[in-house]
Design a protein around this ligand. Structure first.
Ligand code: NAP
Length: 282
């Protein structure tokens, strides 16, 4: 039977550590602050933004949610970011994606000061990650590495297979596993003989966005399986990219959905905000 990697528990432990560091920082007269900008009325985005605000509150950080209308122009959004870049009480700035189609996402991300880019989506921070010198790592991949570390699982010398090559999950987690001395293979929709590749994996990370896609026959006995997927079933229930029923009996460790990778993402955002305040805050 697989060890269930409990993302809720690990996330709670890390939030307690962050809260203690925030309390210490406040004694010194500084409070870490996060600004979250949301443009438009996307219901899922609204939930994510609310949860980010709640997360800040839980660890004692200051947060500001800036809701802008759907018809906000790119220039107006850039002006708001410029204002936040200058503020001493704001150490992290996050623009909730996706943005309305008339706004250039890349221009917006690049407008955030790299020292406040707590999502770590800006090209300069992606470059720093490649060099192994980043102050902030992208939140979901950083959360996965923390789950592995706190579960006593090392990537060193292991065959690591990542399915998915998105800029926010697949590519950065592959890089972090490489930095951790794994031997990394990245698979995607054009990969031939996918199951042959995934069966080589000691550590398999799945981030494709297709419910129950990875089945037991695609996994080696004893593999560590990290399921990043978050898919809504017709009945409203959340499910991963991994078919838990057939994969769990073969895995040595596995993340459930919900309660695995999901809880870690906001926790890593909070940690990045704390780091921003420690490293760059006035
Ligand atoms: P994405 O941008 O849609 O990328 C999906 C990737 O999967 C692409 O690289 C695609 O290949 C690959 N893929 C699709 N079908 C495939 C197939 N049949 N075989 C092999 N590869 C295939 O998705 P994402 O943003 O990385 O998100 C992936 C999942 O993680 C989603 O369910 C998302 O909701 C979830 N997620 C969770 C969190 C969290 O906090 N837990 C955070 C972010 C994302 P191509 O590049 O060739 O098209």
């Amino acid at each position: 039977m697989a060890h269930i990697i409990d993302g809720k528990k690990i996330s709670a432990e890390i939030r307690a550590e962050i809260a203690a560091d925030v309390a210490k920082m406040k004694e010194g007269g500084k409070t870490p602050g996060l600004a979250v900008i949301i443009v438009g009325e996307n219901p899922a985005s609204k939930v994510y933004v609310r949860n980010k605000g709640k997360g800040c509150e839980e660890v004692g950080m200051y947060s500001e949610i800036i809701a802008m209308a759907e018809e906000t122009t790119e220039a107006e959004l850039l002006a708001k970011i410029a204002e936040l870049n200058e503020r001493c009480d704001i150490h992290g700035i996050l623009v909730q994606l996706p943005l309305p189609k008339h706004i250039n996402e890349r221009a917006v991300i690049e407008a955030i000061s790299p020292e406040k880019d707590v999502d770590a989506f800006a090209p300069v921070n992606i470059g720093e990650m490649m060099l192994g010198t980043a102050a902030f790592l992208p939140c979901t991949p950083a959360g996965i590495m923390e789950l592995l570390k706190r579960s006593g699982i090392s990537a060193e010398g292991k065959e690591c297979v990542v399915i998915g090559r998105s800029n926010i999950v697949g590519k950065p987690i592959a890089q972090l596993l490489l930095t951790a001395n794994g031997t990394v293979t990245i698979c995607h929709s054009r990969t031939k003989n996918l199951a042959e590749v995934t069966r080589r994996a000691d550590i398999l990370v799945v981030a494709i966005g297709k419910a129950d896609f990875v089945t037991g026959d695609m996994v080696k006995e004893g593999a560590v399986v990290i399921d990043v997927g978050m898919n809504r079933r017709a009945d409203g229930k959340l499910t991963g990219d991994v078919d838990y029923a057939t994969v769990e009996p073969k895995a040595s460790a596995i993340t459930p959905v919900p309660g695995g990778v999901g809880p870690m993402t906001i926790t890593m955002l909070l940690r990045n905000t704390l780091t921003a305040a420690e490293k760059y805050g006035k």
